[in-house]
Design a protein around this ligand. Structure first.
Ligand code: SF4
Ligand code: SF4
Length: 436
């Protein structure tokens, strides 16, 4: 298989995907109660359209996007709204949720699909994507419609579809590519039409040969490229570099390099919305890790609690030391299992107590290994020091805002220094000062 070279820097952590990469996606029935967050995307929280006591249908709009960078939210079940209240979320913050008691009847709203949606014009495609509440499903959750409408005058040469899934343990995108290649190809064509891209390229790491084969079988004129397996190959800027040789300017956006990047999950959601008229109300979640009894990939209704998903995977096989939402490199540790799955929850991982211990950090030995692996070409050891010593101007000058939070520096550091922790701290402070 021809392999494209990767990007600058990066690491190759142990993959740990073997427990679930050939496990077909199982459908998790909707639970008795869902708590659907009104903020599960980048930007502003959606405005609630329902109140306690209201009856809702599956697929009904229950939260309306508030401005351009926001997203609609729909009910994943039919039933009765029992509360609209703040609830804990996987991000650690409390988020307003619509709590719905499922009536088990699966009564849908009227769905308006299209037998051949590629015939629709670009504006209609964007409008339907917006109406379906679609956001980037690779993790960041940026609303898809504005990403497909770059500023006037910007020329988009490439729509790049990200099928890398470079985080260890996660296999949700992998299984989606194997089992839903047709939808992903359709979604890619629709998004290319929406943003005016001249060429579509799908990038998949070469540790997923079955996914590459499945996509190529349906791809037609779309190029499916096998990329070297290297973390963080799926980072937007890294993918652009690997697939087109172009570089996004510092603090810039992909459209400045003539590219729009979307995840394979997003492509699937776009196809479901345009072809079948279904909004984004479920997603694939990988449940795995040493403390999970039966690791699996599930179709999970949005708003299902982590506890319900873990129960479906047989619960814990040993006392967990850590439960993580997302991958082990960029995901966040959880303090409660009573948090809902969102449009961005790619995985729920649980690890035993020994694996979860945070190592004691030692002084920096100036080995520069963190510099060698940083895909953003930064000096992580300097940024860590600036963050620790609250030197925000220095952190800014040394490019803290260009950090993509991949965690490669922390992973490689022989002194086990919490580099990313302090860099995130510095980024948050810089951004807070800029907005005040
Ligand atoms: S500084 Fe940021 S971008 Fe560079 S390796 Fe560390 S986390 Fe990744
Ligand atoms: S990898 Fe760790 S020890 Fe080496 S220079 Fe970076 S911070 Fe220092």
């Amino acid at each position: 298989m021809r392999r494209v070279r990767a990007f600058f820097g990066g690491i190759h952590p142990k993959e740990h995907k073997e427990s679930t990469n050939s496990a077909p996606i199982q459908v998790l029935p909707a639970p008795a109660v869902v708590a659907v967050p009104l903020l599960q995307h980048a930007g502003k929280q959606a405005k609630p359209l329902v109140a306690k006591g209201d009856e809702v249908l599956k697929g009904q709009l229950i939260g309306e996007a508030d401005g351009r960078i926001s997203a609609h939210v729909h009910s994943p079940v039919s039933g009765t709204v029992t509360a609209v209240q703040p609830r804990p979320s996987a991000s650690g913050r409390s988020v307003m949720c619509v709590v719905i008691e499922n009536d088990g009847q699966d009564r849908w709203v009227e769905r308006e699909g299209h037998p051949d949606p590629v015939q629709l014009d670009a504006a209609t495609i964007v409008q339907r994507i917006e109406q379906a509440g679609i956001v980037g499903m690779g993790g960041a959750g940026f609303p898809t419609a504005p990403k497909l409408t770059p500023p006037k005058g910007a020329r988009i040469d490439y729509l790049l579809i990200n099928g890398c899934e470079c985080e260890p343990y996660l296999t949700a995108d992998h299984r989606l590519m194997v089992e839903y290649a047709e939808e992903i190809i359709l979604g890619a064509k629709l998004m290319a039409k929406a943003c005016g891209a001249r060429k579509i390229i799908i990038g998949v790491e070469d540790n997923k040969p079955d996914a590459i084969a499945a996509l190529r079988e349906k791809a037609g004129a779309i190029e499916v490229v096998a990329l070297a397996t290297r973390y963080p190959q799926g980072g937007e800027k890294q993918l652009i570099q690997a697939l087109t040789g172009r570089e996004v300017p510092s603090k810039g956006l992909p459209f400045q390099a003539g590219c729009v990047v979307q995840n394979v999950g997003t492509a699937w959601a776009v196809a479901k919305a345009l072809r079948d008229g279904e909004p984004l109300i479920s997603r694939v979640v990988t449940v795995t890790g040493s403390a999970i009894a039966n690791p699996q990939n599930f179709w999970v209704p949005i708003g299902t609690s982590f506890q319900d998903v873990l129960d479906a995977a047989g619960g814990f096989s040993q006392t967990p030391g850590k439960v993580v939402a997302g991958g082990p490199m960029m995901g966040g540790a959880q303090f409660s299992l009573d948090v809902p799955v969102t449009k961005c929850t790619s995985g729920i991982l649980a690890f035993g107590v020994d694996e979860s211990k945070t190592p004691d950090s030692l002084p920096c030995i100036k080995c520069a290994r963190c510099v060698d692996v940083c895909p953003a070409n930064l000096l992580p050891l300097k940024l860590e020091a600036y963050g620790m010593n609250e030197q925000w101007d220095n952190a800014r000058e040394y490019g803290a805002l260009d950090c993509i939070e991949c965690g490669c520096c922390t992973y490689i550091c022989p002194s086990k220094r919490p580099l990313l922790h302090y860099i995130r701290f510095a980024k948050a402070e810089i951004l807070a000062r800029e907005t005040h």
